[in-house]
Design a protein around this ligand. Structure first.
Ligand code: RB5
Length: 151
């Protein structure tokens, strides 16, 4: 069973329950790293890093993170070696970021997309396949940059 780490700040919290129910409907096991309220202001790096570390360590297979725009929390997640976190705003991006980038985390914006859009995006990303081939050469370039720059 695919294990999916989920995390959000207060700006992304509005999407989190729908994302969790969608993932469960797709057959995933979900690990919820919080937060637990849209009302209390928290810091998105905490939640992005918790999810990214769970994925990079192998404790979870992939992740979904959410903040107001998806941007801040993706920037934080991408500071963890081995993470390819992609901000996604539509189903085309969701499918392509699995096909081409093998994104192991997607980032959604609670102030950018609706719950229905979030569900469609999660379904498109989760069910898409990485195509490998020429795309692997490009991911290998990114991995080498991590080896050189992440000490
Ligand atoms: C929090 O107000 C907001 O800055 C955060 O959710 C996110 O949008 C940052 O990128």
């Amino acid at each position: 069973m695919t294990k999916v780490a989920v995390g959000a700040d207060h700006g992304g919290y509005v999407l989190k329950n729908r994302v969790i129910s969608t993932l469960k409907d797709l057959g995933a096991e979900v690990v919820d790293f919080g937060c637990d309220s849209a009302e209390i202001s928290v810091d998105y790096p905490e939640y992005g890093l918790k999810v990214a570390n769970a994925v990079a360590s192998g404790k979870c297979d992939v992740g979904v993170i959410m903040c107001g725009t998806g941007i801040g929390i993706s920037i934080a997640a991408n500071k963890v070696k081995g993470i390819r976190a992609a901000v996604v705003t539509n189903t085309y991006m969701a499918k392509l970021t699995k096909n081409h980038n093998n994104a192991n985390i997607i980032a959604l914006g609670g102030r950018v997309i609706s719950e229905d859009e979030a569900e469609a995006i999660v379904r498109a990303w989760y069910t898409a396949e990485y195509e490998g081939g020429r795309h692997q050469r490009r991911l290998d370039m990114i991995s080498r940059a991590e080896d050189e720059n992440f000490k």
